[in-house]
Ligand binder design. Structure first.
Ligand SMILES: Cc1cc2nc3c(=O)[nH]c(=O)nc-3n(C[C@H](O)[C@H](O)[C@H](O)COP(=O)(O)OP(=O)(O)OC[C@H]3O[C@@H](n4cnc5c(N)ncnc54)[C@H](O)[C@@H]3O)c2cc1C
Length: 343
């Protein structure tokens, strides 16, 4: 099915088995607001590493698993069958970083990230710059051998559990005035603090919330610049492409799980002597869900294969955006139908 190789099927099976190990813990973890006992979390991480599901996106020469994009999709699809608080463990460190990292950054961020020893977060979005990242107001000013960073960032996912942040800003002064640049900011750092932590609709442990974070006169050595001045936006785009594809993959898993739960419930729920799965209206909801899941999965796998084949980056960008849009809306429609079947 879907033309998967033996190696693809093996990775898929390992990810599926791990997801099946996590599913029985879901209710307990949801009731605990997404918090897991530290030893359980550590055991899950160890298992993800052993199974080859951790840092699957990182190149082998930096300590990652060097999986193809399609294989990364297969892993994240299975992970998407599990609630967020548990699924987080199959982490994907910044695979865009090695290509632009200095030797020092490789040793301090890339390799430890691939080993599961350092976690990152991204500080890009701002109140006045959401979809339009070019509108960010954060600044980076060169002062001697350092940069002075300022800005307030929104939705900084996993800030509380992170060892460092990617901070995107516009350069002030110098040859690249107004251009974007990306910086590595170790956490905690003087001048970096949480403004507030808004509530979200999903349940995540305290390390993976999405706080608003202020960076005020944060001084970092010039060695914390990623790539060159002016490269910031290209790194952000690369991360967006990756995340959009992986969000789509997780939506496939979520939809598959929902269809399984709907089918199981509808088969055993008897109303007026008839299992509701025998009712045409319920069957139509299941059929529509499976059809849309098949379409979304086909698009997502095809997008991953295009990346593996090295198609034009602008086409990759468009495809990643389209599959995230389609798969997310598909999963939303399937979730809506699941609510109707179960209630
Ligand atoms: C769960 C979650 C985690 C996130 N994690 C991170 C993170 O770790 N780091 C980070 O930096 N950011 C993160 N983000 C931010 C995310 O990338 C932004 O939410 C996204 O870029 C959209 O910005 P916005 O929320 O301000 O929406 P807005 O830009 O205000 O958009 C609101 C609505 O208007 C529409 N819209 C906007 N512009 C246009 C236009 N020109 N034409 C037509 N329609 C338009 C949008 O499609 C959307 O429907 C996260 C967001 C969420 C929800």
């Amino acid at each position: 099915m879907y033309g998967l190789s033996e190696q693809d099927l093996d990775i898929q099976a390992r990810a599926r088995a791990f997801a099946d190990e996590l599913i029985p813990l879901e209710v307990e973890v949801e009731l605990a607001n997404g918090e897991l006992p530290a030893d359980v979390e550590a055991a899950h991480k160890k298992r993800a590493i052993e199974l080859g599901l951790y840092a699957a996106n990182m190149p082998k020469d930096v300590g990652g698993r060097g999986c193809t994009s399609l294989q990364q999709v297969l892993i994240q699809e299975q992970v998407g069958r599990v609630t967020n608080a548990l699924a987080w463990v199959c982490a994907t460190p910044p695979s865009w970083l090695p290509a632009g990292a200095t030797a020092d950054q490789m040793e301090r961020y890339v390799r430890p990230g691939a080993r599961g020893e350092r976690d990152e977060c991204y500080a890009i979005t701002e109140e006045g710059a959401g979809s339009d990242v070019d509108a960010i107001a954060a600044t980076a000013r060169r002062v001697g051998g350092d940069y002075l960073l300022n800005g307030v960032k929104w939705h900084v996912t996993s800030y509380n559990g992170a060892d460092y942040a990617f901070f995107q800003a516009k350069l002030v002064g110098g040859e690249h005035e107004g251009d974007h640049a990306m910086f590595l900011v170790d956490l905690p750092s003087p001048g970096v603090q949480v403004v507030r932590t808004p509530a979200y609709m999903h349940t995540l442990g305290s390390a993976h919330q999405h706080p608003i974070v202020a960076f005020q006169d944060v001084r970092v050595p010039a060695a914390q610049l990623v790539g060159a001045e002016g490269d910031g936006m290209s790194f952000a785009y690369e991360w967006f492409r990756f995340e959009r594809l992986m969000v789509a993959a997780r939506c496939l898993g979520a939809a598959e799980r929902l269809v399984a739960e709907m089918t199981a419930f509808a088969s055993q729920r008897v109303v007026q002597s008839t299992p509701i799965v025998a009712l045409g209206a319920v069957q139509a909801m299941l059929a529509d869900s499976l059809t849309e899941l098949f379409a979304a999965r086909s698009m997502t796998y095809e997008t991953a294969r295009g990346i593996d084949a090295g198609i034009d980056v602008k086409v990759q960008h468009a495809h990643c955006s389209m599959v995230k849009l389609y798969a997310a809306e598909m999963a939303n429609r399937v979730a809506d139908r699941a609510v109707q079947v179960l209630l």
